[in-house]
Design a protein around this ligand. Structure first.
Ligand SMILES: [Zn+2]
Length: 167
């Protein structure tokens, strides 16, 4: 029986004793480059195969990629990284707003309006950015997990997300 991993990576790298090629562990990993992986994460697509449709709703990510089976969410807490990304990006957006606001509004600063705009960003942006933070974190996790020697196995895929592929 074939499974979705078969055409992505060989289960065990074949070693040819006469080959002059360096062993598999010394070669860069196959698959998409880090830039492509992050580009997929930033557009809410699977870091491994680029498939979309990873979300049941805006806030609920599927457990696995529907195309390649990459595990996207392992357990509660496994996405602490996604929350951190969300927080950092939200803070960055707010600082950008603050800088632009000060440049435009000084010297007569509209404190009440700035406060309302700040609260709106703090309240709404994390909700809008939430699914993106999830797939960006899945990209980070995938880049770590695919360096694992048993990359491609179902076990490694099960351990992916949240702990870098280690049990
Ligand atoms: Zn996939």
């Amino acid at each position: 029986m074939s499974n979705p991993w078969d055409d992505l990576e060989p289960e065990t790298p074949r070693v040819d004793p006469l080959s002059t090629e360096p062993p598999a562990a010394l070669r860069p990993p196959k698959g998409p480059g880090a830039v492509a992986v992050f580009a997929r994460g930033m557009t809410r697509r699977c870091p491994r195969c680029g498939s979309g449709n990873l979300f049941r709703s805006w806030f609920r990510i599927r457990e696995r990629c529907p195309r390649c089976g990459l595990r996207l969410e392992r357990e509660e807490g496994g996405f602490l990284g996604a929350m951190t990304i969300n927080y950092v990006v939200t803070a960055g957006v707010w600082v950008a707003l603050l800088v632009v606001w000060l440049v435009v509004d000084l010297p007569d600063l509209h404190v009440a309006a700035l406060t309302i705009a700040s609260l709106a960003i703090a309240g709404l942006f994390p909700l809008l950015f939430w699914p993106f933070s999830k797939t960006i974190w899945a990209s980070v996790d995938y880049l770590i997990y695919r360096t694992s020697p048993d990359y491609g196995s179902r076990e490694a895929a099960n351990h992916a997300s949240g702990n870098g592929g280690r049990p």
